[in-house]
Design a protein around this ligand. Structure first.
Ligand SMILES: [Zn+2]
Ligand SMILES: [Zn+2]
Length: 240
């Protein structure tokens, strides 16, 4: 198996995401340091998620520490796509003040439509400032046209994630395996880098990509297209 160094994990949730996640950013940074990550990104759910923090939490992040236990910290958000027009649940100016944003579809905040309308919703949401990553676009409950979605992502300088939680045996999302393989094969073809994510809620899964690595091997995915191994590529992406 080719060696793919995992230097960063940008899709993680702290206690500010609510729904039972208890760990603080400090505790998470400590775990990231133990697991030898160079960068940890905190991407809590946007304010429309029940029990998630409100706008003031995201406003306060500009004051948060940039390094803890030797790990560089990035602060983002996992925005909820709310409708086919691509509206999201955080003010554009506030999102722009963060390091990055994911755009994601979650039940019941987004009502799945046809593959065509879901794809349009993702593409429309790319217009918001700070949007860099597609959150779990593998979710079969929200079918999309992958060719159209990923071509638009490339054009808009947005990158899909491959989500380890979607691939775990107890995943609540559906079709993670075959949709992730589809995403990887298109990204390989159009040379679009991907972000590997744990989607850890709290400390436990930080940096854990164990279900993704076999898929990368299965489709001989080029190492240079894995953002997690290329900090220089990450900086280029974040500075869009
Ligand atoms: Zn999500
Ligand atoms: Zn998430």
């Amino acid at each position: 198996m080719q060696n793919i160094p995992i230097l960063l994990d940008l899709h993680t949730h702290s206690l500010s995401s609510g729904h039972g996640t208890r760990d603080t950013i400090t505790q998470m940074a400590h775990t990231a340091a133990e697991r030898s990550l160079c960068f940890l990104g905190i991407s809590d759910h946007g304010p429309a998620t029940p029990q998630a923090a409100g706008s003031s939490y995201f406003r306060s992040l500009v004051l948060a520490d940039r390094k803890r236990f030797g790990v560089a910290l990035l602060y983002g958000v996992e925005l909820n796509i709310l409708n086919e027009h691509g509206d999201v649940d955080l003010d554009d100016a506030l999102t722009a003040s963060l390091d990055y944003a994911f755009i994601s579809m979650h039940h019941p905040l987004f009502r799945s439509g046809t593959a065509d309308s879901n794809t349009t919703a993702f593409i429309s949401a790319m217009r918001h400032p700070g949007v860099r990553f597609l959150g779990h676009p593998d979710d079969g409950r929200f079918p999309v046209d992958y060719e159209r979605l990923l071509a638009a992502a490339k054009e808009n300088h947005v990158f899909p994630e491959i989500n380890n939680a979607s691939l775990s045996p107890d995943a609540y999302r559906t079709d993670g395996q075959c949709n992730s393989l589809r995403i990887l094969s298109i990204c390989k073809k159009i040379q679009l880098p991907v972000l590997l994510s744990s989607d850890s809620h709290g400390r436990e899964q930080i940096g854990d990509m164990r279900h993704i690595l076999p898929l990368l091997e299965q489709c001989a995915f080029p190492k240079q297209l894995v953002i997690n191994s290329n900090p220089d590529l990450l900086w280029k992406i974040l500075q869009k």
